[in-house]
Write a new protein. Structure first.
Length: 298
């Protein structure tokens, strides 16, 4: 009889927090030989029982195969984990949350050590990993050839979206989308604070919120369509409805008064209201008008 051979790509995973553990379980379930390492060795026990190989050190884990995936606390943790590892000839995929600048520096650091490097930004929470219908995905940036080489194995835990050759673009897209998410969470938090204590059904109110935010979300397309939005060198400005902005600024005292009357801090609203006032001042003063995105970039 011919012995069975596993033709699945071996994966080494460094970092077994909630996300790392979910990634490892997805690769194991798909039949990929998986080597794991964590600074606290006990976290590897359950995965070892499920068929993973637990390495005694990060360097030993890296030596186990050509594809090395990292899901650690921060960029400093990546440097510490790989300090004693031989990266020559390795394909390193870093899913650790970092800044675009850190990703670019880490890519150069990996190249100096003979490795090929992809950076990643995970747009999912652990329960979404390994569940195709969850909608979770990961941004990847770096050499397109390297992404294409490992796309199949990288797609096992979650969908894949290539963000570009610049190693910093995965982190940039990750942080940009999450920043918008936190802005939404701020608005939702303020909205629930306003109605708390009143005879308002929270579940019904949540439905209203979701429908309203869904209806407003396409406004992002309008910002994307502004002339010069993708060209830093362009001085052309989009036509803007100044009266509408003036109307909104004039209405802000109503929001602040309502918050005060409901005993709610306005701290989540006032920064954006101030930006609106600055944008209106640009329109009413001399010189060319500026959009609020441009004001933030000064």
């Amino acid at each position: 009889m011919t012995p069975h051979t596993n033709d699945k790509t071996p994966v080494t995973l460094l970092g077994l927090g909630a996300m790392g553990t979910a990634l490892a379980r997805a690769w194991l379930a798909a039949g990929h030989p998986t080597t794991v390492w964590n600074r606290t060795p006990a976290r590897a026990d359950a995965l070892a029982a499920a068929g993973a190989r637990a390495a005694g050190s990060a360097a030993a884990a890296v030596a186990a195969g050509p594809l090395v995936v990292l899901c650690l606390l921060d960029d400093a943790s990546v440097g510490e984990a790989l300090a004693d590892a031989d990266l020559a000839g390795k394909d390193v995929v870093n899913l650790t949350t970092c800044t675009p600048a850190q990703a670019r520096a880490r890519a150069a650091w990996a190249r100096e050590r003979g490795a090929r490097y992809l950076d990643g930004g995970i747009m999912a929470v652990p329960p979404m990993i390994g569940v195709p219908e969850s909608g979770g995905y990961v941004f990847y940036s770096g050499p397109r050839e390297l992404f294409d080489r490992h796309r199949e194995v990288l797609a096992v835990p979650a969908g894949t979206t290539y963000a570009g050759a610049d190693p910093g673009f995965a982190a940039l897209h990750d942080v940009a989308l999450l920043s918008a998410m936190y802005g939404m969470f701020a608005g939702v938090t303020h909205a629930f604070a306003l109605v708390r204590g009143e005879d308002v059904d929270p579940a019904a109110f949540a439905g209203l919120l979701v429908d309203w935010l869904t209806a407003m979300a396409p406004a992002a397309h309008g910002i994307a369509a502004e002339p010069g939005a993708g060209d830093e060198g362009s001085r052309e400005e989009p036509p803007e409805d100044v009266s509408s902005l003036a109307m909104q600024v004039a209405g802000t005292p109503t929001f602040l008064d309502t918050a005060r009357h409901q005993g709610v801090s306005p701290e989540l609203l006032t920064p954006y209201f101030e930006l609106m006032r600055r944008a209106l001042a640009e329109h009413s003063g001399p010189g060319e008008p500026r959009g609020m995105v441009d004001l933030l970039r000064r």
